[in-house]
Ligand binder design. Structure first.
Ligand SMILES: [Zn+2]
Length: 481
């Protein structure tokens, strides 16, 4: 029986004999244990489970069973431009999307990016993704974004945004209200996504009030060097809009005062370490957030630079946090002998951190009976990197990767089996993205190549007194070239 045929919806499923990272409150680890899924939920977790007749069995031996990962900030629409901005800074990103080319994206282009990004998430074991969708310049764009999310059997939160208008404009329009009523249904979660510029007039108030009326959280790029700063946090706080549901993305360039305000109001930070490191929002802030006890979730931001798997987020976040801890100590002529941030904690951030940030912790984020069955099996018998598994959290954070994602279950439905996506139309995504890329190349013309290959600033190699360069500085040296 093929893997696809084996996983008929409605049949119970058991993952047998795996190393189970439950990510429950005690972070219980079970070796040689099973996870039984019946319907949409986890029925039982434990050794040698008895299962109903007709249960589909997946051999998880040699693998790690963990909760589906949760990405709290992805601009899925940008996936159609995968890798294009690999050498960008944040300034180049803003110019390209916000000022020059973002408006050229048609609804079908948002659809294409969303479709590919949503499929990519499942492939990587990311079962819940917040689509930080700030390219929704018309309701038709928003319809297209949701059409794509509905075509992919993952769990998604639409964070509705529109960089071409002020949030006080789009969030208060009747068309927007109508869209929310019609399209936000079923498993689709909803947030409002906009940034607070720090304008003392606080025009964003109307958008916060719209979110409050709808009873949905706000997610906001906060503490982004050159874009948003402490003024935005202060305005949110003074006007009573910082709540436990608020998600602050990056929060990398903020004062201690702002971190105090976030901590005191119970919000959480979505850290996109790879993004903060390359684009320049500020130093990845977990080393600060830890000091304030601010809850953390992880995110990949955008595939215009990076791919959408949280293994790289966990890895980069451990590296950045430890790097900073060592560097700060060296500045004091001290040596760090014990790292504060552990692999266990970043695995928690990639699972429970996300479920808590999204207010979904009662239903997802851990492998416990009664929770929704969002489950990932990491197993790859053909890989020299999947044994020995000695430190399970370390293995997830530093050793495993996308190709090791063997089985993925969302809401009890198998969406990846034996390393292959199930019930997902990848050719349709390929076709949609090819069409978008063709359209954008035509629209941009010569700007296509220059946009992808920004100028490199002049670099001066320092004079080196040890270099054997007897010709250097001598008259006529240019003649030798
Ligand atoms: Zn972002």
């Amino acid at each position: 029986m093929s893997a696809t045929a084996a996983h008929q919806p409605g049949r119970p499923l058991v993952l047998r004999d795996g190393l189970v990272l439950t990510m429950d409150d005690s972070h219980t680890i079970l070796r040689d244990a099973d996870v039984l899924i019946i319907g949409e939920r986890i029925e039982a977790v434990g050794p040698a489970l008895e299962v109903p007749d007709g249960t589909v069995e997946v051999d998880a031996s040699g693998g790690i069973v963990m909760p589906g990962m949760i990405d709290t900030h992805r601009h899925l629409w940008q996936t159609a431009m995968r890798g294009y901005g690999a050498d960008w800074t944040l300034t180049q990103y803003f110019v390209w999307y916000y000022l020059e080319w973002g408006k050229r994206f048609r609804p079908q282009d948002v659809y294409a990016g969303n479709l590919l990004g949503a499929i990519e998430a499942l492939d990587a074991g990311v079962t819940t993704t917040v689509d930080w969708s700030h390219g929704l310049q018309t309701i038709d764009h928003a319809e297209a974004a949701v059409d794509a999310l509905e075509a992919v059997p993952g769990r998604f939160v639409l964070a509705y945004g529109n960089i071409q208008q002020g949030p006080w404009e789009w969030a208060t329009s009747p068309e927007f209200r109508d869209f929310v009523t019609r399209r936000v249904r079923g498993r689709l979660g909803f947030q409002l996504a906009f940034d607070v510029t720090g304008d003392p007039a606080f025009p964003e108030r109307a958008a916060f009030e719209a979110a409050r009326e709808l009873g949905v959280p706000v997610t906001t790029h906060a503490g982004v060097w050159g874009a948003t700063n402490d003024d935005g946090i202060r305005l949110m706080h003074e006007n009573g809009f910082m709540t436990p549901e608020s998600v602050y993305v990056h929060a990398a360039t903020l004062s201690q005062d702002s971190y105090h305000r976030i901590a005191a109001t119970g919000g959480s930070v979505s850290v996109s370490t790879e993004s903060e490191q390359s684009a320049g929002q500020g130093y990845p802030p977990t080393w600060q957030l830890r000091k304030h006890g601010i809850p953390v979730s992880l995110s990949m931001d955008t595939s215009v630079w990076w791919s959408g798997d949280l293994f790289s987020a966990m890895r980069a976040t451990l590296g950045a946090d430890r790097s900073r801890e060592h560097l700060e100590a060296h500045g004091r002529q001290e040596t760090i002998t014990h790292c504060h941030l552990r692999a266990e904690e970043v695995v928690d951030w990639a699972t429970r951190g996300g479920s808590r940030a999204l207010g979904l912790d009662a239903s997802i984020g851990s492998l416990e009976p009664g929770k929704k069955a969002d489950v990932v099996l990491l197993k790859n018998d053909h890989s020299p990197v999947m044994f020995p598994i000695l430190n399970p959290y370390g293995h997830v954070a530093f050793q495993a990767q996308r190709a090791d994602v063997h089985t993925v279950v969302v809401n009890g439905r198998v969406v990846k089996a034996d390393h292959r996506l199930v019930g997902v139309d990848l050719p349709a995504a390929r076709q949609a993205v090819e069409s978008t890329v063709g359209y954008l190349m035509e629209q941009l013309g010569d700007s296509w190549a220059t946009g992808m290959n920004p100028d490199i600033p002049e670099t001066k190699i320092m004079d080196n007194p040890y270099m054997y360069t007897e010709w250097r500085g001598q008259k006529g040296s240019e003649d030798r070239s």
